[in-house]
Design a protein around this ligand. Structure first.
Ligand SMILES: NC(=O)c1ccc[n+]([C@@H]2O[C@H](COP(=O)([O-])OP(=O)(O)OC[C@H]3O[C@@H](n4cnc5c(N)ncnc54)[C@H](OP(=O)(O)O)[C@@H]3O)[C@@H](O)[C@H]2O)c1
Length: 329
């Protein structure tokens, strides 16, 4: 497993991390045994970076990680959580008073005095230009409630605004074979500023595994059923904002490219290794619903791809995907 420095946190993390939204809610049922087994499998496979949020199952995901940390006191794992969605995402709610309450709750859930990294969870765009918000985050650092802060963003312009803030340690953004826009400006700006990049939704909600067909059915409590058109939150978080039929077709082509490039690997592993190979990416955080997925994903942390694969990914994106997503996010 390769390791990298996570931007201004200064912490060393595995290039393949673990997304733990699945251990909270919104992805069908993941029971307690599977949730803890996912954390075990990821760590045993070299993963040292977990991404969670206070709203994933209303703290369920954080609480599982907290339990796991109690059982693994020596594990040098960095845990990033998020805050800001326990109330309506209105600018005035991004206050020091709320930040204190939210981080206190996450500290209790995770069982730590100081949170390693807290990310604003896709705040409204106006928040990025409000000095008071970032002063409040600096106060949390000074008080010892958090070691570092970052921002999870929806749009490229928001990423650039966050990177321009002097104490933002990391930016989390959707980056995958169906979302290439961050490659143009965000990664170069982050490298220049020393800000870490956390690549989320790396499998386009599983599409890039190549397993889904037009007949695949997702559970009613899975956002791939209930948020296909952005009914509950930004549609870009579901299948990367690509309509399902287009996504399945393009994923079929991606699967062929991946099998030709690395016959020993699965398309999902190739999708993750391709992101990890982009200069400026600190960690890629695939979500896993079971230990087998967690182990397989970690395996992408040592996979090398042949020259030419990158061009093929860009050609597929330009032909099939760009028109649906490039200008929007
Ligand atoms: N706003 C935000 O800040 C935000 C938004 C979204 C996500 N995130 C973070 O980013 C993480 C990753 O994004 P995501 O979970 O939305 O999407 P993702 O990682 O692109 O997709 C996860 C899904 O891919 C499938 N999968 C995973 N590993 C696989 C493997 N080895 N082989 C085949 N299929 C595999 C599983 O689908 P099945 O369920 O069909 O098995 C899994 O549920 C989240 O867990 C969360 O921590 C943050």
């Amino acid at each position: 497993m390769q390791t990298r420095t996570l931007g201004r946190t200064g912490r060393t993390v595995s290039v393949i991390g673990l997304g733990t939204w699945q251990l909270g809610a919104d992805w069908g049922e993941v029971d307690e045994d599977d949730a803890l087994a996912v954390l075990d499998a990821a760590f045993a496979s070299g993963v040292t970076f977990f991404d969670t949020a206070d709203v994933y199952g209303d703290g369920r995901s954080e609480a599982f990680i907290g339990r796991w940390l109690v059982d693994h006191p020596e594990a040098n794992v960095t845990v990033a959580t998020k805050m800001g969605r326990r109330m309506p995402q209105e600018h005035e709610n991004y206050s020091l008073e709320h930040f204190r309450a939210w981080t206190d709750r996450s500290r209790a859930n995770l069982g730590v005095d100081t949170l390693d990294l807290v990310q604003l969870h896709c705040p409204p765009t106006s928040v990025y230009s409000d000095d008071r918000v970032f002063d409040a985050l600096d106060t949390l650092v000074a008080e010892g409630a958090i070691a570092s802060y970052g921002v999870s963003v929806e749009k490229v312009e928001e990423a650039l605004a966050a990177i321009a803030r002097p104490h933002v340690a990391s930016v989390q953004i959707i980056l995958n074979a169906f979302r290439l826009k961050p490659l143009d400006e965000v990664l170069p700006a982050a490298r220049e500023a020393g800000v870490g990049i956390i690549a989320r939704v790396p499998l386009a909600s599983g599409l890039l595994s190549g397993r889904y067909t037009l007949d695949t059915r997702f559970a009613a409590n899975d956002h791939r059923s209930f948020n296909r058109h952005g009914e509950s939150f930004d549609v870009g978080e579901t299948f990367s904002g690509v309509d399902y039929a287009t996504g399945v077709r393009a994923a079929g082509e991606f699967t062929e490219l991946a099998r030709a490039a690395a016959p020993q690997a699965t398309p999902a592993q190739v999708a993750l290794a391709w992101i990890a190979a982009q200069d400026g990416v600190s960690s890629v955080i695939p979500g896993a619903r079971n230990p087998e997925q967690a182990r397989a994903n970690a395996g992408a942390g040592s996979l090398e791809l042949p020259a030419g694969f990158d061009d093929a990914v860009r050609e597929l994106y330009d032909r099939e995907i760009r028109a649906q997503v490039h200008e929007r996010w």
